[in-house]
Structures are given as structure tokens and as C-alpha cells.
Write a protein that binds this ligand. Structure first.
Ligand SMILES: NC(=O)c1ccc[n+]([C@@H]2O[C@H](COP(=O)([O-])OP(=O)(O)OC[C@H]3O[C@@H](n4cnc5c(N)ncnc54)[C@H](O)[C@@H]3O)[C@@H](O)[C@H]2O)c1
Length: 377
């Protein structure tokens, strides 16, 4: 029988729902040493958090995250709130010996991230950061192919994360979901929100990034702030492009924007090696494109691998070969891996320490964009 693991969820927005779905479904599909129990959900608005708790099956509510973190009946806290709250909540969790599952980016900046790492490591509490794209089966499979040496020496890594939802100049900054446009809540714009995902996957697949050069742009200079009703300067980056070197000698090229008309959430990555190349696209997330040079010349070409077979990552837990899974399953997989790691007493990556590396790259990118020169990470 799996042991109960009492979850305290902070936030009920996009990620509050995605993670709760993961907690609810995971034991139906995975054989695990623990079973998440939806013990309490927390947000400031009592009616809204009660409605969320009732709908999703949480046993109780809190309106102050400090009370939740201090509750004796909570084992693990899930941080699904804007980025400016991650540090304070995580440090309070560590002080109360709670395990922490924290949304990305880890923090507003590297200095905050360092404090968070020190706190969880001192307390010895299990921790993970929700860079969930690692656990899309086709992306996990890319990692396995690279680790098996199938690509050989890697020359190039490129990734894009393109959206178009902030082109409208009337969109305010601040408030639910729109806190992303307010640097005081988000820390940065597309760099911390979207490129952080690309950087985490890149480091996981291709190793450390050693130095960067970058440019950013803020296309809409002023937006009304939801809190004040006044026009305020926009200080997030609306778009960011950066180049980098990896420790293995390969070159990286990354681009993200919320101004690419026609793209909703186009995360793509491509890796070019001496022996093979691979590419992946979030809009077609169950496929991995693969090219292998050792194929017979006349048959050589890109293969589109439908990642749905039992011998492909995670897929033996789901349906029959040929039937694909989707976005929400990446969160189910992260919960499964977290619980499995807990049983074994091993870390579940990306840990806070792993996510700090991504934070450092984000900071280096923003600092280089400001100064227009190369900088060591
Ligand atoms: N892994 C991913 O792919 C992914 C996707 C989206 C967002 N995120 C991250 O998840 C986090 C939350 O983003 P979201 O999209 O769910 O935002 P959201 O705006 O949909 O929800 C934020 C929630 O935080 C709550 N909240 C705000 N201040 C609070 C406080 N002081 N106390 C308690 N609750 C408070 C709000 O009530 C709301 O429920 C962010 O760090 C974001 O970067 C990650």
C-alpha cells in the first residue's frame, strides 16, 4: 500500500490545476511508494479558493500561505504562485521541514535562488522545480538518445519559444495571469517565463552553458497597471534572443517572443550532432524527428517517430502503442518521479540546485542584453 503524502497547494490558477490533475491521476497509472492526498489549498480570496477546493477535491482551505506552511498535517508544499513569492514561501517551507515542489523559474534572480538552495539543503528537505517539458516522452527520449551517444559530438543546439498574446497594447500589466507583464511580480519577461524552459531542457540534454551574448526588446513601453489603473512603464523583456557556448564546445541559439503573430506556444528544439540530428515541437509533442547519417544513402532522411510505444519513455504506463498522450501527462510524470525518488531517498531533478543553473543563465542573458557584450555565466 502506498503511504499517504499530504499536499498543501498554494495557488489555483493554470499551474494549480495542472499539478492537482497530476496528483489525482498518478496512482491510477503508476505503481508508487506514496499516494498524494489533497489536504489543503491556499489563496487569498476565500470564496475562490473554496470553490477550487470543492471542485478539485481538497479537504480544507487556507487564505494565508504562512498558516498552511506551519500546519502539522502537511508533508509537501506546492508553490504555484507568481515568481516574486517563490523565495519567501520556499524558505518558510524549509524552516518548517516541508518538502517543496516549486514552479519555475526558481526565483526572481540568482541571489534569491542561492538563498533558496541554501535553505532547502540546510533543512535536508526533498525539492523539485516544475520544468515539466523534460518529462514529455519525446523529450525524455531525446535525452536517452543523446546519452547513448547516437548523435556523436554535438555541434549545434537551437530552441525557440514563440507566442503572440501580448501584441495588443490595451492589455494591462498585473493581476491574474497578467502578472507576467509586471517585472515586480515576474522578475523578467520572456527570459524567465519561456526561455527558462528552453534553457533547462538545453542544459539537461547538452550540458552546461558557459557564456552568452543577448539582445532584448520591450515593444510596448507603457501599459495600464491593474492595481493602480495608471499607465506605468513596462520593464519586462517582450522578446529575447541569445547566443551561447556550451561546455562541450557546441554553439547555442535561442529565441523567445510574445510578438510572433500566429504562434500560441511554439516551443521547438533541434540538436545537430556528428552522426545524427533530432528535433521536437510542442505543437506535435508526441513526435520526435530523427535523422541518422549511418542509414543507407538512398534511404537517408528524417524519420518522424511517433512516441507512443511501450519501450519508449513513460509510455508503458498509458494506453496501447499508437495512442498518444498530451501536455498534462508531463505533470503526472513529474509527480510520479518525485514520489519514486522519495521512496528511494534520491533527488528528483531538476532540484533547486539544478534550477539555479538555469537562473544563472537567465541573469547572464539579461545582463548581456543590457550591456551588449559577452559574459561568462
Ligand atoms: N511549468 C510550466 O509550464 C508553467 C506554466 C505556467 C506558469 N508556470 C509558473 O507557475 C507559477 C504560477 O503561474 P500560473 O500560470 O499558475 O499563474 P496564475 O495567475 O494562473 O495563478 C496564480 C495563482 O497564485 C495565487 N496567488 C497570488 N498571490 C498569492 C498569495 N499572496 N497567496 C496565495 N496565493 C496567491 C492566485 O490567486 C492564483 O491562483 C509561476 O511561477 C509561473 O512562472 C509554469
Amino acid at each position: 500500500m502506498p503511504k499517504p503524502l499530504n499536499i498543501g497547494m498554494i495557488g489555483y490558477g493554470f499551474m494549480g490545476r495542472a499539478h492537482t490533475n497530476g496528483y489525482k491521476r498518478v496512482n491510477d497509472f503508476f505503481d508508487l511508494p506514496y499516494r498524494p492526498v489533497l489536504k489543503a489549498a491556499c489563496a487569498r480570496d476565500k470564496d475562490k479558493i473554496q470553490a477550487f477546493a470543492t471542485n478539485w477535491g481538497y479537504e480544507s482551505i487556507e487564505t494565508d500561505w504562512r498558516k498552511l506552511v506551519e500546519r502539522k498535517d502537511i508533508d509537501a508544499i506546492d508553490i504555484c504562485v507568481p515568481n516574486n513569492l517563490h523565495k519567501e514561501i520556499a524558505i518558510a517551507c524549509a524552516a518548517n521541514k516541508k518538502m517543496i515542489l516549486c514552479e519555475k523559474p526558481l526565483a526572481m534572480n540568482t541571489a534569491e535562488g542561492e538563498e533558496m538552495c541554501a535553505a532547502v539543503e540546510k533543512a535536508g528537505v526533498a525539492n523539485t522545480v516544475w520544468y515539466n517539458y523534460r518529462r514529455v516522452p519525446a523529450v525524455t527520449m531525446a535525452k536517452n538518445l543523446i546519452d547513448e551517444g547516437r548523435l556523436g559530438k554535438i555541434f549545434h543546439y537551437r530552441a525557440n519559444f514563440l507566442q503572440d498574446w501580448t501584441i495588443n497594447a490595451d492589455l494591462p500589466q498585473g493581476g491574474n495571469a497578467l502578472w507576467r507583464l509586471d517585472a515586480a511580480a515576474a522578475g523578467s519577461g520572456v527570459t524567465g517565463d519561456l526561455l527558462a524552459h528552453c534553457i533547462d531542457t538545453a542544459i539537461w540534454l547538452n550540458g552546461s552553458i558557459t557564456d552568452v551574448s543577448a539582445m532584448t526588446e520591450t515593444f510596448i513601453k507603457e501599459r495600464t497597471h491593474t492595481a493602480t489603473g495608471q499607465k506605468q512603464k513596462v520593464t519586462i523583456d517582450d522578446a529575447c534572443s541569445f547566443m551561447c557556448h556550451f561546455g562541450n564546445g557546441s554553439l547555442g541559439l535561442f529565441e523567445s517572443t510574445r510578438y510572433a503573430r500566429g504562434h500560441k506556444a511554439l516551443y521547438t528544439l533541434e540538436v545537430n550532432g556528428e552522426k545524427a540530428s533530432l528535433k521536437w515541437d510542442l505543437h506535435d509533442l508526441h513526435r520526435l524527428q530523427y535523422f541518422e547519417y549511418s542509414d543507407e544513402g538512398k534511404m537517408r532522411g528524417w524519420k518522424s517517430i511517433h512516441v507512443s510505444d511501450g519501450d519508449q519513455p513513460y509510455m508503458n504506463k498509458w494506453w496501447v502503442p499508437g495512442l498518444q498522450i498530451g501536455y498534462e501527462h508531463s505533470f503526472v510524470h513529474q509527480v510520479a518521479d518525485f514520489l519514486e525518488s522519495l521512496g528511494k531517498g534520491t533527488p528528483c531533478g531538476p532540484t533547486f540546485r539544478d534550477a539555479l543553473e538555469t537562473q544563472k543563465v537567465c541573469d547572464a542573458v539579461l545582463s548581456r542584453a543590457a550591456s551588449r557584450s559577452w559574459k561568462d555565466v
